[in-house]
Design a protein around this ligand. Sequence first.
Ligand code: G16
Length: 544
Amino acid sequence: MNIHTVSTTPYSDQRPGTSGLRKKVKHFQQPHYLENFVQSLFDCLGELTGKTLVLGGDGRYYNPEAIQIILKMAAANKVGRVLVGREGLFSTPAVSCVIRRYKALGGIILSASHNPAGPEGDFGIKYNISNGGPAPESVTDAIYARSKEIDRYLMVEAEDIPLDSLGIRNLAGMAVEIVNPLADYAELMEELFDFPRIKTLFDTGVFHMHFDAMHAVTGPYAKEILEHRLGADPDTVLNSEPLPDFGGGHPDPNLVYAKSLVAKMYRGNAPSFGAASDGDGDRNMILGKRFFVTPSDSLAILAANAHHIPGYRLGLAGIARSMPTSRAADRVAEALGIECFETPTGWKFFGNLLDAGKVTLCGEESFGTGSDHLREKDGLWAALFWLNILAVRRQSVEAIVREHWANCGRNFYSRHDYEDLPADLSQQLMEDLRKQLPTLKGKRFGQREVILADDFSYTDPIDHSLTTGQGIRLCFEDDARIIYRLSGTGTEGATLRVYLETFEPDPARHDLDTQVALASLIQIADHVAQIQQRTGRAQPSVIT
Ligand code: G16
């Protein structure tokens, strides 16, 4: 076998963010850039001989080249077997599923999630550990530390492995097994949900839905499960073919970017149900006929209806949500008599709680919902969960949400993003907010008094690790909250996120427009952080 030791010098910018290392494609294409990061990862994984890894990506530009590089490096580092999705495709939730089913050491996912792709777009790489979940900070910190001192990487000299047909190939003594990326995941979905009952919903002939795969990885998964196994109409899945540039789109499932779906769901004779997922299939957006369900409400409603679903019939151990996610789920947890955990942003913080059996459902405002079936958020799973609820309750999405608000009250919620800000300006803004914290508690802004002002920190209840600096929180005595946080997933400049939430128990006021309901809080948020004045922006760039 021909193993080469290639000399290299470190790059200083390989610190993984909220979800892996994300950079422009061109950045990844610099000499040795990807190789340095992959070798740093392998150097941190301990003994690799005989171990199994899972490998695949969301189909974006540079995936095929990166897969061949990683396979040759894995072989040189003595990995025993790599399970690769056919054509190099694997959704993030499917990788989590396969790692768990085959007891792999871990998995490498090539994706920059919802960020646009193509030669000028973004690329990314993330590592998931043996529980199927994103590597915790202890692992990503070790990879980063290693990347700063790396001076060589290992690579075998070999032909590229064809990825288009199933089967086992030998790469310098390592088994490369090309697997059907849909099979295990689809089987797991059949175990969790009542497929025969969902089928009857489609059989009525009056229930129609669309799923927008946004030319990203979930197209084949959604076609297989919704159209082939559940009998939905053959045109149910929109933009179903994964393309290297996602068809020029921005595969972020929200009202701004999921244009094809939104156009269909807001027209006269809209279908009953709509869902979309992102580049790598872990995010979801849920829509009813001309009706948007916020991710925070979706989590709360899934929790309140989990008893209708075979996989969750035995009850929920607990719920977890990221700190900026609205507290709608907390109210359901209270009603169910179970605990609700508040974690920092990032799915990796749910892993320990799930492994310890403390929570069953998790969710984030950033269009992520999931459960203990995996250790990743799962877009198609969320759509199937909703479909199963609709099949049992036979009400519209809107009726279910309104009934939920009537029972639990409504958490009006919105996120205002200021994108592409200069990094130093946004860091200074956060720093100045931090300095203000000691003086904010007890301050009144109009009718509202601040009862808590802090920079969120989290002690993991299982391993007791401490994570600090996770977002500035202002909580008011009327249950309103403002949170300021910088995004950890961008590749250029900085994005300031302002999360706004109020609580309205009175059903007579549940019809208010969200931005109107939040108007006074929006003013306070700007006043405290001086956003308009400092950024020169009169409006956020994206409101979700
Ligand atoms: C990633 C993480 C999510 C997290 C989100 C936050 O999502 O997997 O758990 O909520 O980032 O992003 P930001 O730091 O920009 O607010 P994804 O779907 O991009 O992998």
